[in-house]
Each structure stands twice: as structure tokens, then as C-alpha cells.
Design a protein around this ligand. Structure first.
Ligand code: PLP
Length: 449
């Protein structure tokens, strides 16, 4: 079997996610045969460094021996059982450990099976909480411009990246959208802190104006990932928590992408010292092995649903594979690695290496910004760096970087004009240097005309 055979078979039957399939007339997909650490290998034997952790899910490398061993053991014990009316050890232990790790006050864990479904759970739970409390005028959500929360209709509605939402606009519930604190737009010389603080004012106004109709504010803490790795300061989250508290509105922290060490702390909310009412987790939760998500919430929320059956206050949301035993076991093995290897502490070295390797891009004539939050670094390609004039999206400059990187042996998947690294935590400093070199040449090629 080689790449060509598999591509032919694939194109005959498969429809790929987030892909204009016609692109594959010119741009072959890559059938991967195996993974090993940060490396993927295709069926022709070519290797690629997975610089984006396979859509931000992989934390400790492909085919990680410790996660593999845990899964083998779980396979021989219990693969899956429904979680309504039954329970199992991995689901219980994982909930205990997530509750212990999460910001104080999050005491209940509800499982789902993707980031999007976790968002659906949080939105429904928040709305349903207010309804159970007799506040049925609360039906709306506040979201940030340029945010992304997934692709199912509820998650899409609270997201704001036009590429994904606009086509489906007539199907989406109305939300209240507030300007983003995205620090790319700060004034020259203005700090992230000052800009994020200043940009909180429209959010404060929206909260005050819509208090009675709003269930919750939903945000991606610190980094708007799919919206181009746009970043902001933790002060925004602190102010948001205070404003939500005084208005009696929930705060939903979507840490699907930024949880599990991506921002330098286990959870991004820690940097603001806040506890959201709902913490949505997915992606890295299983180390990139299996689909699983979790929504952590408070005793107060839980108590509003706890009543006699006939009151019909129960949260009846369910997915067949909720709390799948294999997925929970992969997540436990992932948490074991965090604890055993002191990962958050040790990532500081990689965070510094990412910084050092990407600082030279500041001098590139077509890189308007090099920004970093923890294990995420983004390079913003611009036509005119000083005036911050972007390249028109139709030119697909990022695609040129992608193609160059593939030729050189790296899987980089720019978001429009934004080239970014979000690698597994087992990358070496040498491999970070290799990526930076590839990105440099790729950006040179992409911005040459
Ligand atoms: N929320 C955020 C912040 C995300 O980045 C994503 C996916 O990229 C999602 C939710 C949706 O997660 P999933 O793709 O697992 O449905």
C-alpha cells in the first residue's frame, strides 16, 4: 500500500472535515500510516512533525506507550457501558481528578463526547438552571466577536468566525455579540493589560443592558484559537467574573482548546484566579486519543436540577457514548503523565524555546506580530506590516506555507494569514528550531509577491 492507492480509495468514498474537496484535485491529502511522538509517517515513508498537535488534541505524542498500555488494559476489562443507570471506575476516577484539578468550586462533572457537545451542554444547562429557578426570561447568551466554540448549531450560534457561521446564519439562535479584547488591535505602546481592561467596557455595558434576558457569557479564556490565535490579558477574565457575579449571569469558560497546559497553566482561568460557572474541556483531555469532553460546574447549578422526578427539572441531555470507559481511561493516563512528569513546570523550558525561536520573525517585513501565550505561538502575516493591512483571504497565503511545510516534513496548518505552532509537549528544542526554520522559508515564499 502506498499514498497513491490510498488517496484514490479515499477520494472515492470519503468527505473530509473543514475541506473544499475540490482542493484535492491539486493538493493531495496525506494518508498517515503511523505516529511516533511528535512525528507522523505517511504510506510512502515520509515523516512530518505534527506542529499543531492534530488539531490541538495531542499532548504527549502519537502512540504514547503509557497511554497505549492503559488502553490495552481497559480493553480487556470494559470497553463501554451506558452512563445512565450504570457507572464505571474510569468515569468516577476521572471526575474525581478533574474536580480536584479544576478551579475551586467546580464540583460536578458532566460528560459529553466532543468540544461542540460540551458547549451545547453548558448552554443548555445554563438556560435550564435559570428556568428551574423561575427566571424564564433568561434565554440569551453574550459572546465575543471573533470567537469559535464548535460547529453544531448551538455552538456555531455563539461563535463568531464568519467563515463558519455566515452560511448557516438563518438557522442560528440570536446572540449578543460584544467586541473582542484581541490585543492585536491595541495602540502602539499600549500593554496587553491596559488594552484588555479598556476593551472590557463594551462587555460591561452589554451585561448591564441585558441582565434580565441573559443566561451566560461564553468566552475562550486568553486565546481565541480558531479566530486566528488572537490573545488577551487575564485581567479581562477577572473583570468579567466580577461583572457576571454582580449581574447574576453565568460565566462559561470554553477551555476546549486552551485547557490542559496550553496557556502555561493547567487551565487558562487560573491565570485570572477565577472560577467559571461552567468549564468546558475536550481535545487534550484524552491526550489526543479518543473523543471525550466534560463540563464541570458548581454545587449551586447541580442543586437547581435536583428534585422529584415529576417536577421535570432533570437535565435529560445525553449522547450514546457519554463517559466512554476507554476514553476516560485514556484521560486518566494523560493526567498521570501530567502529575508524574511535572509537565506544567517542565513546559516552561519549551515555552522559552518557542519564544527564542520565533523572536527573529519580528523583523520579517511581512510579519506584523509575533504573539505567544504559553505553548501557543502565532505569526501574523500582513501585506503591509506597519499599516496592518492583511492579505486578502482569497489569496490563501497560508496555504503556501502549508504546502512548503509539507515538502520539508512538517504539518503546519495556518489559519488564514496566521502561521502558528501548537505542538505536543514532547517536542524537543531542536525540533522547535526545525519548525521555525521551515516557517521562515514558508513565510518568505508565501509573501514573495
Ligand atoms: N471550542 C473551542 C475553543 C474550540 O477550539 C473547538 C474546536 O476547535 C471547539 C470548541 C469544538 O470542539 P470539537 O471540534 O471537539 O467539537
Amino acid at each position: 500500500m502506498n499514498n497513491r492507492d490510498l488517496i484514490e480509495r479515499d477520494l472515492a468514498v470519503l468527505w473530509h472535515p473543514c475541506t473544499q474537496m475540490k482542493d484535492h484535485e491539486l493538493l493531495p491529502m496525506i494518508p498517515m500510516r503511523r505516529g511516533d511522538g511528535v512525528w507522523l509517517e505517511d504510506f510512502d515513508g515520509k515523516r512530518y512533525l505534527d506542529a499543531i498537535s492534530s488539531w490541538w488534541v495531542n499532548l504527549f505524542g502519537h502512540a504514547n506507550p503509557r497511554i497505549n498500555a492503559a488502553l490495552r488494559d481497559q480493553l480487556d476489562t470494559l470497553e463501554h457501558v451506558l452512563l445512565a443507570g450504570c457507572s464505571h471506575q474510569p468515569a468516577i476516577e476521572l471526575a474525581e481528578r478533574l474536580v480536584a484539578l479544576a478551579p475551586n468550586g467546580l464540583t460536578r462533572c458532566f460528560y459529553a463526547d466532543s468540544g461542540s457537545s460540551a458547549i451545547e451542554v453548558a448552554l443548555k444547562m445554563s438556560y435550564h438552571y435559570w428556568r428551574n429557578r423561575g427566571r424564564s426570561t433568561k434565554t440569551k447568551f453574550i459572546t465575543l466577536d471573533n470567537s469559535y466554540h464548535g460547529e453544531t448549531l448551538g455552538a456555531l450560534a455563539v461563535g463568531n468566525v464568519a467563515l463558519y457561521t455566515e452560511t448557516y446564519r438563518p438557522l442560528l439562535m440570536d446572540v449578543i455579540t460584544v467586541a473582542s479584547p484581541d490585543c492585536f488591535h491595541r495602540e502602539q505602546g499600549e500593554s496587553w493589560h491596559a488594552y484588555s481592561e479598556r476593551r472590557f467596557e463594551p462587555m460591561r455595558a452589554a451585561i448591564e443592558q441585558h441582565t434580565d434576558e441573559v443566561c451566560a457569557v461564553i468566552v475562550e479564556p486568553l486565546v481565541q484559537c480558531a479566530g486566528g490565535m488572537r490573545m488577551y490579558d487575564a485581567v479581562y477574565l477577572k473583570l468579567l467574573r466580577e461583572a457576571c457575579d454582580s449581574a447574576g449571569i453565568h460565566l462559561i469558560a470554553d477551555e476546549v482548546a486552551v485547557g490542559f497546559g496550553r496557556t502555561g497553566t493547567m487551565f487558562a482561568c487560573e491565570q485570572a484566579g477565577i472560577t467559571p460557572d461552567f468549564l468546558c474541556l475536550a481535545k487534550g483531555l484524552t491526550g489526543g486519543y479518543l473523543p471525550l469532553s466534560a463540563v464541570l460546574t458548581t454545587d449551586t447549578v447541580y442543586a437547581a436540577f435536583y428534585d422529584d422526578y415529576a417536577t421535570l427539572k432533570a437535565f435529560l441531555h445525553s449522547h450514546s457514548y457519554t463517559g466512554n470507559a476507554l476514553a476516560c481511561r485514556a484521560a486518566l493516563a494523560t493526567l498521570d503523565i501530567f502529575a508524574g512528569d511535572d509537565v506544567i513546570q517542565n513546559n516552561a523550558r519549551l515555552i522559552a524555546a518557542l519564544h527564542t525561536a520565533t523572536q527573529p520573525f519580528c523583523d520579517h517585513p511581512h510579519v506584523a506580530e509575533v504573539r505567544q501565550t504559553g505553548m501557543i505561538v502565532a505569526l501574523e502575516m500582513c501585506r503591509d506590516k506597519n499599516a496592518r493591512v492583511p492579505y486578502p483571504w482569497q489569496e490563501r497565503r497560508g496555504l503556501r506555507v502549508y504546502q512548503h511545510a509539507l515538502r520539508r516534513g512538517a504539518l503546519l496548518r495556518p489559519l488564514g494569514n496566521v502561521v502558528y505552532f501548537m505542538p505536543p509537549y514532547v517536542i524537543t528544542e531542536g525540533e522547535i528550531g526545525f519548525l521555525a526554520e521551515i516557517a521562515r522559508a514558508g513565510i518568505d515564499i508565501a509573501t514573495a509577491d
